[in-house]
Design a binder for this molecule. Structure first.
Ligand SMILES: NC(=O)c1ccc[n+]([C@@H]2O[C@H](COP(=O)([O-])OP(=O)(O)OC[C@H]3O[C@@H](n4cnc5c(N)ncnc54)[C@H](OP(=O)(O)O)[C@@H]3O)[C@@H](O)[C@H]2O)c1
Length: 264
């Protein structure tokens, strides 16, 4: 069994630790510096946790799940303990693979872009690999990342930035749309609870229909909206206000920002 060490047992690191643990993919150990967090993880009585960097020496896969700002400090601390045979998986937003390779003097780096629903095994993750990561290693990484939802390889770091625009930041776009619908519901006299359940169930139902059938999204819209009817009135209003274009521009603004952050 492969030994997987996760540096940083916070939100993202712990999500992966749990996913890997539940899928029994490898022997997992969390490397964490915060005493409080160590206590919390120990209290769960599930996964091994340590503050001793020596654990890195025997790892096959090392996850980098600390905030990008502290990465240079972490690199200095672990540089002498890691080696070139190990695989380094980074979930750090905006940090280029080259910075990790240089910072740790290693070759095999995988950069990935997960999203928040990974915490409930409904995550969407893309990853890209540096040269030197072979087919078998890619399969292992794909399996590890898919323990939190879906995961697939993309050809470049540019595609990682593009992922940020769709699925990385995407949950916030969905919450934005849901929030607007909930506000409209309340304005129409529904209680907050009623408004929430109508919106949540509508999203769930629409997603399930789309996922389980071959119809495309325009066909699904047409199924709900008949000519001259109520739904068409709403969709025509969205179109008149260029909502479709605004959403696409929002996605592009997100991607541009991801690229900018990657340069700094
Ligand atoms: N949260 C998300 O939805 C999300 C999505 C995509 C990508 N990411 C990426 O995931 C990474 C982690 O984010 P997060 O939200 O999980 O952060 P977080 O909750 O702050 O977790 C980071 C953990 O690492 C610990 N740590 C700091 N320095 C350490 C060291 N030298 N050795 C070992 N552990 C150390 C921190 O302890 P202290 O609290 O004591 O500093 C903290 O417990 C970030 O790079 C972020 O860009 C997050």
């Amino acid at each position: 069994m492969k030994k997987i060490v996760i540096i940083g047992g916070g939100n993202m690191g712990f999500t992966y630790a749990e996913g890997i643990f539940n899928a029994s993919i490898g022997e997992i150990e969390i490397l964490e510096k915060s005493e409080n967090r160590i206590k919390e993880i120990k209290a769960m009585n599930k996964m091994a946790v340590t503050n001793d960097y020596e654990v890195l020496k025997s790892a096959d896969v090392i996850f980098l799940a600390v905030k990008p700002q502290v990465a240079p400090v972490v690199f200095e601390e672990i540089k002498g303990l890691v080696n070139n045979q190990q695989l380094f998986v980074s979930v750090m937003a905006g940090m280029k693979m080259q910075s990790i390779q240089q910072g740790l003097a290693v070759d095999k780096v995988i950069r990935c872009m997960p999203n928040l629903p990974a915490a409930i095994q409904l995550g969407a993750t893309t990853f890209t690999c540096s040269q030197g990561v072979d087919h078998e290693e890619k399969e292992l990484i794909s399996k590890i990342l898919a323990s939190t939802g879906i995961a697939f390889e993309v050809p470049s770091e540019e595609a990682i930035d593009n992922t940020t625009g769709i699925s990385g930041s995407g949950p916030a776009y969905i919450f934005y749309f849901m929030n607007a619908m909930e506000k409209a519901g309340k304005a129409l006299g529904f209680s907050p609870e009623e408004s929430k359940s109508l919106v949540v169930q509508t999203f769930k139902g629409a997603v399930q229909l789309y996922e389980d059938n071959d119809l495309d999204l325009v066909e699904w819209m047409n199924r709900v909206a008949s000519k001259g009817g109520t739904t068409r009135a709403a969709l025509d209003n969205f179109d008149a206000n260029n909502l479709d274009k605004l959403i696409q521009e929002g996605v592009q603004a997100c991607v541009n920002r991801a690229k900018e952050l990657g340069k700094s």
